[in-house]
Design a protein around this ligand. Structure first.
Ligand SMILES: Cc1cc2nc3c(=O)[nH]c(=O)nc-3n(C[C@H](O)[C@H](O)[C@H](O)COP(=O)(O)O)c2cc1C
Length: 228
């Protein structure tokens, strides 16, 4: 009778230890590699966000006569969170403050016969000293569609012309007129508003929704401009 030792399982070759170590190292290596990859991706994403914010950080300047626009400007800031560092009445603004921004939100209420507010009118001669070349500018206007149906939100057009003529790029300038009822507005190009239009007199309940929709277009167009 032969004395045999029964070994359960596979017989281990002399180099088995080395292969085992190699497998472990390979597994560890691929995990480390995938970790590195996700770190690199996160780093890239972070750098892009930093770049976006750096490029697009802007300020909002507004004109108002009786204060309604101040509240709207604050709401706009909330919706453009991270892109607007300051909201300021044009009454207290200096040209160099606008000149220093590569992204601006400009707007205000409409008065007279579809004109800008008095504070904008006082600031207006100083606009010539500002070059808008290379700047992205989003516009907004307040108006009363029923009370001033022929000049509804028309003041914004003056801002649009000034910025465009000075080489600036007006963004979010193709806003549908849906839900508004008015006869005429200077602030239309090809049937679309050249910026955000708000009617706090007749439709305050739509203000938040309108700002949200417009702000999302502003964000998209700024992001496109940054990655272009
Ligand atoms: C004397 C006067 C003239 C106005 N002219 C216009 C106009 O031409 N077009 C328009 O859409 N709204 C016009 N409005 C409405 C204002 O733009 C609207 O009430 C706005 O919300 C006021 O904003 P504010 O309180 O910031 O000044 C006029 C209002 C007044 C009192």
């Amino acid at each position: 009778m032969t004395n045999k030792t029964v070994v359960r399982g596979r017989r281990l070759a002399p180099w088995a230890g080395f292969t085992f170590m190699l497998t472990k190292l390979r597994r560890f290596g691929s995990r480390a590699l995938s970790c590195c990859r996700s770190w690199i991706q996160a780093f890239r994403r972070h750098s892009l966000e930093e770049k976006d914010i750096h490029i697009t950080m802007g300020k909002l300047f507004y004109g108002s006569q009786t204060g309604t626009t101040t509240g709207v400007a604050r709401k706009i800031r909330k919706h453009l969170n991270g892109l607007i560092s300051e909201v300021k009445s044009i009454q207290y603004a200096q040209p160099h403050e606008l000149a220093a921004c590569d992204f601006l939100v400009l707007g205000g209420a409409t008065y007279g016969d579809g004109e800008l507010t008095d504070d904008w009118k006082r600031f207006w001669p100083l606009m010539d000293s500002i070059s808008f070349a290379g700047k992205r500018v989003a516009l907004f206007a307040l108006g009363d569609q029923f009370g001033y149906s022929y000049t509804f939100a028309s003041g914004m057009k003056q801002l649009y012309d000034k910025v465009s003529d000075s080489g600036g790029q007006v963004i979010a300038d193709c806003i549908p007129t849906a839900d508004f009822e008015f006869t005429q507005s200077e602030s239309l190009v090809d049937g679309y508003f050249i910026g955000l239009v708000i009617d706090e007199v007749n439709q305050p309940e739509l203000t938040e929704k309108r700002i949200r929709a417009w702000a999302s277009i502003v964000r998209q167009q700024l992001a496109l401009a940054c990655t272009a």
